[in-house]
Design a protein around this ligand. Sequence first.
Ligand SMILES: NC(=O)c1ccc[n+]([C@@H]2O[C@H](COP(=O)([O-])OP(=O)(O)OC[C@H]3O[C@@H](n4cnc5c(N)ncnc54)[C@H](OP(=O)(O)O)[C@@H]3O)[C@@H](O)[C@H]2O)c1
Length: 246
Amino acid sequence: MNLDGQTVLITGGASGIGLALARRFHARGNTVIICGRDREKLATAKSGLPGVVTLRADVSEAAGRVDLFRTVTRDFPTLSVLVNNAGIQNQPPPLLQTQDWPAHADEIAINLAAPIHLAMLALPFLAGKPGAAIINVTSGLAFVPMARMPVYCATKAALHSFTLSLRHQAKASGVSVIELAPPAVNTDLGGKGLHDFGEPVDAYADDAFAALAAGALEHGYKFSEVARTADAAGRDAIFARMNPDA
Ligand SMILES: NC(=O)c1ccc[n+]([C@@H]2O[C@H](COP(=O)([O-])OP(=O)(O)OC[C@H]3O[C@@H](n4cnc5c(N)ncnc54)[C@H](OP(=O)(O)O)[C@@H]3O)[C@@H](O)[C@H]2O)c1
């Protein structure tokens, strides 16, 4: 995709992978808009990236997504790239023990309903714009699930599937539909300290950004590239290794 001269909206762009992508779009002179729920995180991100636009928005509810899209397209009619990055990861007790539906519903709303809805809102707006793109951030766990987080993995597998269909439907519009599937990356996803074992966020984002520049429509890195490109037997073997008690 064309990484210059774009107006880019990154959901969840105030931290982690979204912020690392925001930095890279910003460094190339693009107009970058980031959103999230936490004012302090947005302010900290903005202070490190002068000129970046921050918006407080909650994408867990349909009304919040509609408001966000209305505000962005009113103030930035040049919007050309949507990065559906916002996500949460719950660490739930086993399904046989938990009755905590609201937590699962929230994960489905933020990780799956939000990117679908925002893509629906964005597609007609982006259609025909040079360099327009929708980038969905899934996960290596879209391809091989971690059984202790069944709902998180299901949202990412569903978003992978949606991305394939959206890419097909969007062909005539000229909008590129791209999937970034990170491996475990060292961010605060799921809470502080839970992803410290992951790949360094800058190393991941450098590789993903280079792939975007090279025109990739699907990108994985280390574990997620292995999982993404494995055949059925390979995925079964990875599943067995990742879930030894299953
Ligand atoms: N880190 C990994 O190992 C990994 C691996 C594969 C995929 N991913 C995916 O990468 C994406 C980014 O995650 P990350 O690792 O960078 O974690 P992160 O630092 O926690 O980033 C997630 C961002 O999403 C925002 N967000 C969450 N709920 C939101 C809501 N309802 N409305 C608006 N914004 C919301 C958060 O901001 P607020 O809390 O301020 O709203 C936060 O800035 C997620 O989709 C995640 O599933 C991460």
